[in-house]
Write a protein that binds this ligand. Sequence first.
Ligand code: WTA
Length: 650
Amino acid sequence: MSNIDTMLQEERRFPPPTEFSSRSHIGSIEEYERLYRQSLDDPETFWSQMAEELDWIEPWEKVLEWDPPFSRWFVGAKLNASVNCLDRHLGSRSDKVAIRWEGEPPNEQRELTYAELHAAVCRFAAGLRELGLETGDRVAIYMPMVPELVIACLACARLGLVHSVIFAGFSAEAIKDRVNDSEVRAVITSDGGWRRGKVLDLKGNVDRAVADCPSVEHVIVLRRTGTEVDWNEGRDHWWNDVIRDAPAECEPVALDAEHPLFILYTSGTTGKPKGILHTTGGYLLGAALTTKYVFDLRDEDIYWCTADVGWVTGHSYIVYGPLAMGATTVIYEGAPDYPEPDRFWDIVERHKVTIFYTAPTAIRAFMKWGDEWPEQHDLSSLRLLGTVGEPINPEAWMWYHRTIGKEQCPIVDTWWQTETGSILITPLPGATVTKPGSATKPFFGIETDVVDEAGESVGPGAGGLLVIKRPWPSMLRTIYGDDDRYRDQYWAKYGDRNWYFTGDGARIDEDGYLWIVGRVDDVLNVAGHRLGTAEVESALVAHDSVVEAAVVGRPDEIKGQAVVAFCTLESDSKPTDALKGELKAFVGEQIGPIARPAEIRFAEAVPKTRSGKIMRRLLKDIASGAEEVGDTTTLEDYSVLAALRESEEG
Ligand code: WTA
């Protein structure tokens, strides 16, 4: 844990601007503390009151049933997520814009009011029903960032179909694994998607994947780019044909609060991605409440979260949170530097965005591209900034504060995970004094601690493991189809104390502020996205030339971490630069461009402990070019280290 203790002391403090506080939902730290106390002392009453934020079809008998590690929230209640995101706004917000969309090709824009979005969702849901899909069926969504992606999610939610969104940057291999793991019946995709002016072959990837997916009966294809696609008669349906004959009405299904809403796959420490399962009531409440309080949402806000719906941030803070709260949300299809590096600021200016939520990796890229890009634009509409995905370095925080926020906007550094469903550690912008680099304090109902291996609180200043000591409404319910892995991964570490183990290292300072240090397991954070080292390793060994692979991260200025792969080769394979290029491309094909190694190193053998564990710490030191290689007393074969050093010098 030694690396966790060495954090720079950050002395700067940023109190919320008085004007901001005076107009916000939670306007003082005392108000936050009062509610936080209540949420821990009397959770039953607290959550009952908070749950009034949603529309329920039938009330609950009990707020929580906790049979560790399995929780059920709002037991016996019924609701529908699409009703909460759409129908309930039809009175007062029918004509309010729900989605303001911009395509990547400049000048392509669409607006959908709540009434229009509702109609589109009903129609598509009715079409899905006509295809024979039934409540509980799994549906994969592999689409670019177009309004139909949101429509597809909400149509699933309307019928109780469990959606599994697969990021459009993933490969056919990755689709296949995910689709087979949850036995998906239908895949929704498009003919293509735009990325930096090029077309991604989404339908082609689906075709290649689904060839090995026996459960898939239907592939629904939206026309987006006009690209020619192969057609599988009987299996494939154009989106427009699905909605053409469908009725405009579609009764929502009254679903149990614990009915699964979606599965979202995330990396773990083994090669197999984990299907994180979220259910309807608790998840939606978590997403809605945090949207309201963390982003201090008001009806007139223009809210923009730059994430992709393929990741959890897009689920909670593009789709479910903002729409449940009746917000106007901006959706942008493409890359931040297309056609120029000021695309984001151009969007902020033209749409008069008031709340802007992005990732530290993006902020570091903006810093590198230069201040001249934001400076060309009027950013005065902004009133609140947010970050998520990895620790933000104080330098990037200060740049964001000055260059984007003009020193006027509070910054909410929000810590959470795919598993947590919604933000768990965060400032409340009208209440919390922020410190650059700290996610500050737990949200309501979240009992955090930083503990050592034995479970003792480490106290101010020291480093340890971040745990959550009680269940919360939007927590994952299990790993799809694998309760044992769910228990082992998240709840077994501290035995019958039943604490949730986050896998993150953290520190608490004298003021009780939390400083997240990053993952302590074999999971990398590349450009704000979790990537299991084992996943990349298994992709590498799938290549004919590679016998064994060990993957680690090295610090990267923009991406946070970059993937470095150590490979040992088959005896008849030559360690050439051409092979390095081939292996990088191969990983890209197997998993997706995000997993592509920045560097491949060939080695005689991979260093292992006596028990056969790859010595990652050592490899990390080598990969980051550290002069002194760490403690080697458990190394099985010293010659291996020497050989690696040679490979480094050679
Ligand atoms: C990291 C993304 C520091 C952390 C919502 C966590 C952060 C992982 C922050 C989850 C933050 C996320 N400060 N680290 N504000 N936000 N992380 O599942 O390591 O893609 O465990 O969810 O990202 O990544 P995931």
